[in-house]
Design a protein around this ligand. Structure first.
Ligand code: DHB
Ligand code: FE
Length: 249
């Protein structure tokens, strides 16, 4: 970042916080409490979590303003580059409340031509709201995988439906949300990273119309153009997500 842009960004952030302090008559004691709280939060290595909850979406939307491709969304902390290549099914664990879900769609460029050979990397929560490779020792090759779009630009994979996810809420970030009277839930979602050499990568998430917390995501990551209604195809809930890739800069 150039020093002029850096100065402008930092001073706008400072101005926003100063305005909030004055507008809400924050006392010096409350200010000191906040400084101490942020120090303890940083010591507990929760600064990334706190910043992502409140600010990641803004950086993504700043990019959305200048891209002609599909809308992007926050990546979240649970992406794994080493997810396996898959063809038609993500590995899932047997579970009582497992609900089959098919995820399918088509990849095109901004002129509408189909894009074969694009990598469609998909990951989502288990039926208990955990992420493989991070939680409960679930191996990294479950609930995630890299597909390749076919000659028609199409991809299709069978899996199980994700459920709402509760961000780590036992620490300082959770304590703040609770003190604010907010919850720490994200609506059920499927993550995507779609790549093809020569094109801008689309990193995004899709939410389910009518799903719990869609209207109050704790990370403010839901946009109308990221919410989909599933259809029934051969008796299976099917989530259709098409992608448009912008050309690389
Ligand atoms: C977080 C978790 C997610 O699954 C996600 O998509 C975004 C953010 C989090 O824990 O902050
Ligand atoms: Fe997620």
């Amino acid at each position: 970042m150039e020093s002029e842009q850096l100065e402008a960004v930092v001073m706008d952030i400072v101005a926003g916080i100063r305005d909030a302090i004055i507008k809400h008559h924050v006392t010096v004691d409350q200010y000191r409490f906040a400084v101490d709280y942020l120090g303890r939060l940083a010591d507990a290595r929760e600064l990334p979590l706190l910043l992502d909850v409140f600010l990641n979406v803004a950086a993504v939307d700043a990019e959305n303003e200048v891209t002609k491709g599909s809308p992007q969304a926050i990546q979240g902390p649970y992406y794994r580059e080493d997810a396996p290549a898959v063809t038609d099914r993500l590995k899932t664990l047997d579970h009582d409340n497992e609900r089959p879900l098919v995820v399918r769609g088509q990849v095109r460029d901004i002129d509408g031509s189909v894009l074969p050979g694009a990598e469609v990397d998909i990951w989502h929560s288990t039926p208990t709201g955990k992420y493989s490779g991070f939680h409960d020792n679930i191996p990294v090759d479950y609930y995630r995988g890299k597909l390749t779009s076919d000659s028609e630009g199409a991809y299709r994979v069978a899996t199980t439906a994700p459920v709402p996810y509760q961000i780590p809420n036992q620490g300082y970030t959770g304590a703040l949300l609770e003190a604010m009277g907010r919850h720490s839930w994200r609506p059920a979602h499927v993550h995507f990273k779609v790549r093809k050499p020569g094109f801008k990568t689309v990193t995004t998430q899709v939410y389910f119309e009518g799903g719990q917390w869609v209207d109050s995501d704790c990370c403010s990551g839901v946009r109308d153009d990221l919410v989909r209604r599933t259809t029934q195809e051969d008796g299976v809930d099917t989530l259709t997500v098409d992608f448009v890739l912008d050309r690389a800069a």
